[in-house]
Ligand binder design. Sequence first.
Ligand SMILES: Nc1ncnc2c1ncn2[C@@H]1O[C@H](COP(=O)(O)OP(=O)(O)O)[C@@H](O)[C@H]1O
Ligand SMILES: [Mg+2]
Length: 472
Amino acid sequence: MKKYPLKLKLSLSYALVALLLVASVSLISNLFFRSQFEQYMIRQQDSKNREVVSQIEQQFDKSTADGREQVLETIGVSALERGLIIKVTDLAGTVLWDATVHNNGFCRQMRQNMAAEMQSRSPNFKGAYEEKDYTLLVGVKQEGTVSVGYYGPFYYSADDADFINTLNQVLLGVGFASLLLAILLGIYMAKRISDPIARAIGAAENIAKGNYQDKIHTASSTRELDRLTASINSLSTELENQEVLRKRLTTDIAHELRTPLTALQGNMEALIDGVWEPNTERFESCHEEILRLARLVADLERLSQLEDENTDLNLSLIDLRELADKALKSFEADLLKKQITVSVTGKPVYLEADADKLRQVFVNLISNCIKYTPDGGKIDVSLSQNRETAAIEITDTGTGIAREDLPFIFERFYRTDKSRNSRSGGSGIGLTIVKKIIGLHHGSITVESELNRGTKFFIVLPLHCSESRHGE
Ligand SMILES: Nc1ncnc2c1ncn2[C@@H]1O[C@H](COP(=O)(O)OP(=O)(O)O)[C@@H](O)[C@H]1O
Ligand SMILES: [Mg+2]
């Protein structure tokens, strides 16, 4: 299909609409005007005829029988000059005066002229010589009949024809002017619409090339166009952020990998060079570094799976309390070693969720609690529910988190104390994974903490995850 520029299409459609409008308006007004004008002219003709008749009536009474012919002739001749051929008869049928008798040649000539003139002024006009009889009334008494001959149904003069022509010209002029105006307006409007679109296209092309700085600043007065530019701007901001994140992730991962690798390399070199005795303790230390690396890679893998847009939740009805108990059981040895007491409070809470993923949430949170709680501390898991949501509170009596660190603990690789963590083996991804999983379930997680007192994680989850997903 051939593609046309928007500007051309818009201007053409404006012009077309204007053309149709002008054509229909002039057609309708022309038809309407013509019929009105014809009726007016017919009435005009009739009153012209009656005027002559009433002139005759007025004079008829005053004059004697002899003087009558003279009077009739005066009126008749003046009527003839106005295109009326008059014949007056009395009651007995005697012709008192007849224009054709008076000047037959002139009458014939006049009829021919009128027909020819009307023909030239309006070729479609169907007119002919007509005669109409009017009663001649003197007082209330009928004295005879006046027959008026004229070119009918009406005749218009050169002045009238001029008037009609002028009117038609004005109509035509108005039509052309509005057409021209419509085309100009069309071009202007098309420009107003296509310019911002062109700008948006330019910006989108720039974004495709990786130039995120090029934002569109000009506002248009069209709501949709404003939304288009706004969404392109936010698209470019979003892409820019993604780009920054991607770069940061690479440097972060490189940084995270370097520490254990350097340690391993050092250990190995010391062993090879014979600086270190190859004993079990040395090997175990190397093995630990390798485990750390493996854990980091496993965490990253899990995170990237969760970040995959197509992550599907494997939903089933689960008992939160059972899940918490199971998760705690896997830490039995650590808890025993650190003499930490654990309590789980609250009734069983059933909700629709992905069991494996929620188990991961408990494992990550409880492992943190154990890690950051000194020997002899306490961990409490409390469950509750209301009509639509389930709540989980996990509290410990551990080291707590400094206020300035709180906003960042859910971020990837964020650890409050790097040196301590590298010893304890955390990579700073545990809470990021927790937050992702809760997000996938349309829940929320918040944290409260006080240094050296303890930390409380508070999770709210919808009971019917699939419904709140549909409700988006
Ligand atoms: N229960 C807690 N008590 C004290 N600090 C915590 C607790 N949970 C998390 N943190 C802090 O949040 C940081 C991020 O936690 P996390 O993402 O699990 O990473 P990791 O456990 O690998 O260090 C931890 O390094 C720690 O500083
Ligand atoms: Mg952790």
